[in-house]
Design a binder for this molecule. Structure first.
Ligand SMILES: Cc1cc2nc3c(=O)[nH]c(=O)nc-3n(C[C@H](O)[C@H](O)[C@H](O)COP(=O)(O)O)c2cc1C
Length: 423
């Protein structure tokens, strides 16, 4: 079925989401509808996380270096009324009032729900960070990161390594929920399947999260060892749904709207979380809304329309970096690579984008592109972003020997809780 999604691009959602007036997607970025096959639908009723009503339970999954307010604003402008989560913020950096951490806590005035994700290993530090968020009225929802697989994080017992230590995991959740609950701020946990298939943690972690008062759990259905390689195992999502009473959000390998429908159909999850699939493609959220409404309309912009979105994204990033255009353009470079993915754009033009230092540089390159080019159907929903397995899982010494922490382990870990964790 063909049709126009112009109304979505300039409708009230977009108006509300854009912080500086105007809509998230300009009229000239209006996109054509295409189709990626007959629509299969699934039911995805609204979810309530504490006092937060989520009419369309679709989450923009937190992504370090990606889901700052400019990108969230673009996604929300195209999207259903979901949750658009900020990238992980290191609790220790927040407590130390690190300016970079504070920048990551900024929201656009139009964001409906202000969702922050905190990361930390020391329960006392994460509790302090949560206390700052609550007392400062800094967010409406806190997600906790137990999914990060990067060596810098797991070798200190953080991210996806942490749920293996059930005492530490429970204490951290308990402290944060105790701070947040009286303020009406729901806490959610984002987890992986485990460290590897010999050391799976997701069922225990889900039950602990539920017992400690988390409002929902998101499961990225891979282990730390699997990193971003292969395909996530959605059967684990179904198992977790069966094991818990709180909502489970499924995450992993949603590259197109039909994948989101399929995940809900196969697993019964309450909602879905989208990471790499929307990199350079914030309009995926429109596709998902259409798919769950039973429509097979899909957004398939021309390259000229994509260029308009890039410039809009650039303008918001300049605002995000307090007018520092160079920083904004450096941040934008990776997004441009994602925006152009699959379009017929030559290597030298792509290189020029990567070397851009100013918005004028970016505009010059975009002006040289064929505005009428479209994405071939075969690449529209192709995987994007990182896709490799871990070379090796790095853990603290003796980490797998038992499911609880020793006094010595805690002493060593907490002193080493990094300021600069990242993906
Ligand atoms: C560049 C990048 C940065 C990420 N940063 C975070 C993060 O800050 N916090 C988090 O919980 N997950 C992070 N993730 C994981 C994603 O949120 C998501 O769980 C993962 O990519 C799987 O979903 P997908 O298959 O839809 O991409 C990151 C992933 C990528 C690719």
């Amino acid at each position: 079925m063909a049709g126009s999604v112009a109304d979505l691009a300039v409708g009230p959602d977009a108006e509300r989401a854009y912080p500086t007036g105007g809509s998230a997607a300009p009229a000239d970025a209006v996109v054509q509808a295409g189709s990626d096959g007959p629509a299969r639908t699934a039911s995805m009723p609204p979810v309530d996380l504490g006092g937060i009503h989520v009419p369309t339970p679709v989450i923009l999954s937190p992504m370090a270096g990606v889901t700052n307010w400019p990108f969230r604003t673009l996604c929300e402008g195209y999207g259903p009324d979901g949750l658009y989560v900020a990238e992980m913020i290191t609790a220790r950096a927040l407590v130390a009032r690190n300016p970079k951490a504070f920048r990551l806590c900024r929201f656009a005035p139009g964001e409906r729900v202000r969702s922050l994700q905190l990361y930390g290993v020391d329960p006392v530090i994460v509790e302090q960070a949560a206390r700052m968020v609550v007392d400062g009225g800094m967010a409406d929802h806190i997600d906790l990161n137990f999914g990060c697989p990067v060596p810098k994080v797991t070798r200190r017992g953080g991210g996806s390594a942490l749920p293996w230590k059930t005492d530490l995991f429970a204490e951290l959740l308990h402290r944060v929920v105790t701070v947040c609950k009286p303020a009406g701020i729901p806490v959610t946990a984002k987890i992986r399947v485990g460290i590897d298939h010999e050391h799976e943690t997701y069922l225990d972690a889900g039950r602990i999260a539920e017992d400690e008062g988390c409002a929902a759990v998101t499961l990225h259905a891979r282990t730390t060892a699997e990193y971003y390689g292969g395909h996530s195992d959605w059967s684990r999502i179904a198992e977790l749904v069966g094991a818990l009473d709180i909502p489970v959000f499924g995450n992993g390998d949603i590259w197109g709207a039909d994948d989101a429908v399929e995940m809900v159909r196969r697993t019964g999850c309450a909602g879905v979380a989208i990471g790499r699939g929307c990199q350079g493609r914030p309009w995926l959220f429109t596709d998902i809304r259409n798919a769950f409404a039973g429509s097979d309309e899909r957004v398939n912009p021309t390259l000229g329309q994509v260029a308009q979105v890039v410039l809009r994204h650039a303008a918001m990033l300049v605002e995000f970096y307090d007018g520092d255009e160079r920083m904004a353009v450096h941040d934008l470079r990776k997004h441009i690579a994602w925006y152009l993915k699959g379009f017929p754009v030559g290597g030298s033009t792509r290189r020029q984008c990567m070397e851009s230092e100013s918005i004028d540089d970016v505009r010059r390159v975009l002006d040289s592109l064929d505005p009428d080019a479209t994405l071939p159907a075969t690449v529209v929903n192709a995987p994007r972003g990182r896709t490799r397995y871990a070379r090796k899982v790095h853990l603290p010494y003796g980490w797998l020997d038992s499911r609880t922490t020793t006094h010595e382990q805690r002493e060593a870990l907490f002193g080493d809780d990094p300021m600069d964790a990242g993906y």
